[in-house]
Design a protein around this ligand. Structure first.
Ligand code: FAD
Length: 396
């Protein structure tokens, strides 16, 4: 059978590798080279997957994890590593089970795909953008000339469009009658309305909390970085993916999650004793980052020039509350073009999860980020691409 795969990201390349065992495969890529987005992944090192079992892997899928069950069991993260090792790529496992090429070069991952694609005689059509896919009886006609029995759409999301993921797959899908779940930025910085001058300040071991629609609460422990317009860093990226479908969002930081209110009070009293003749802002330097103190005092409604021995019990309680619930005013998410992943996409209800064939159009398939699936940081998104690509490829 003659198969066309549109897009040479990890999902399209893996699908082509699997399908070319028995089919004739043409791989279309609008860029001048394969895997342009892969090249910049993991800060140029490519965090290929997460070395963990299927169940723990699926715990890190944010959207439609049940839909991915079959694909992740068909090509598990551990089997993926074994497969790449067999293809000749040496890998290593780092903190948090993150898998990288031993060379620390994402280009080596791309070269590995390329080597196997060529070995399997996949026809790679670079600099070839697919503009139209038309179904004519039981054939698909691409760009008004080439004819195929089956077409796989592997065009990615709409983040980092310079890498080629320009959203074409959504248009193809819509033309074939598919519904697209609203596209949203995932793993992205959060913008704030607060008038902070804190860019560059990094906080460790904090607890970021979000209350959405005044009822549901999300919490994320870890590291947070203040940027020029808001916050970023690991805890923020994860949080953004968890809350990006809501608009009524209240954010706060617990700056001392290891201390209860009572323990924090005792700790503050000790510091107050030590600094009793100082201004309050100087009495907090052991407890809080210096740059943050004025904002903490402001939210606690305490005059920063007050002496420690003038602070009332009410003021101290207000200070404790602010340290445990430092308020951030949500002002949206950063641009989708800067997102690590696109949330939303082709509705999973219209795709068969064991083959990735459209339930609307026979012999049409969708794989990778173009589908309404996304995972957290740690190698989960490339694994989604590889598992969906492989599962589709062996079932074509
Ligand atoms: C900065 C950054 C860092 C990341 N780091 C990691 C990481 O370390 N680990 C991880 O798991 N995930 C990471 N990700 C996410 C991961 O890269 C993506 O989820 C993954 O690449 C999606 O694979 P895909 O094959 O679905 O799509 P893509 O990789 O986006 O590939 C789609 C391809 O389709 C081509 N295409 C699109 N339209 C057409 C058309 N009309 N005709 C022809 N070709 C077309 C595009 O040019 C592109 O090459 C990162 C993302 C970014 C932006």
């Amino acid at each position: 059978m003659k198969i066309a795969i549109i897009g040479a990201g990890p999902s399209g390349m893996m699908c082509a590798i699997a399908a070319s065992q028995i089919h004739e495969v043409d791989l279309y890529e609008q860029n001048e080279k394969l895997g342009k987005k892969l090249y910049i992944t993991g800060k140029g090192r490519c965090n290929l997957t997460n070395y963990t079992d299927e169940e723990s892997f699926l715990e890190n899928i944010v959207t439609n994890k049940n839909f991915l069950y079959s694909a992740i069991y068909t090509l598990s993260p551990i089997r993926t590593v074994e497969m790449f090792n067999l293809f000749g790529l040496k890998t290593k496992v780092e903190r948090g089970n993150r898998v990288f090429p031993s060379s620390d070069k994402s280009s080596d991952v791309i070269k590995t795909y390329e080597k196997i694609l060529k070995k399997n005689r996949v026809k790679i059509l670079l600099n070839t953008r697919v503009n139209s896919i038309i179904k004519d009886n039981d054939k698909f006609i691409i760009n008004k000339k080439a004819s195929y029995d089956k077409v796989v759409i592997a065009t990615g999301g709409i983040s980092y469009t310079l890498t080629g993921s320009t959203g074409d797959g959504y248009e193809f899908a819509k033309n074939f009658g598919h519904h697209i779940e609203k596209l949203r930025p995932g793993l992205i910085g959060i913008l704030l309305k607060n008038d902070f001058n804190l860019a560059g300040l990094s906080l460790r071991n904090i607890n970021l909390k979000a209350i959405v629609n005044n009822k549901k609460t999300f919490e994320e422990f870890g590291e947070l970085l203040f940027t020029h317009r808001g916050i970023s860093g690991p805890s923020v990226l994860t949080m953004s993916s968890l809350i990006n479908k809501y608009s009524d969002i209240k954010l706060s930081i617990d700056l001392k999650p290891a201390l209860s209110y009572e323990k924090l009070d005792k700790r503050i009293l000790r510091d107050f004793e030590e600094f009793k003749n100082k201004d309050i802002d100087n009495a907090l330097i052991k407890l809080l980052p210096r740059d943050l103190i004025i904002y903490i005092l402001e939210q606690s409604q305490i005059d920063k020039n007050k002496k420690v021995n003038q602070i009332s019990k009410e003021e101290r309680n207000s200070l404790i509350k602010t340290i445990k619930e430092f308020k951030l005013i949500f002002d949206g998410f950063d641009l989708i073009d800067r997102a690590i992943v696109t949330s939303g996409g082709i509705d999973v209800k219209e795709i068969d999860p064991s083959t990735f064939e459209s339930k609307i159009v026979e012999n049409l398939y969708f794989i990778g980020e173009v589908i309404d699936v996304d995972g957290l940081t740690g190698g989960y998104n490339i694994q989604i691409a590889n598992s969906t690509g492989y599962t589709c490829g062996i079932n074509l």
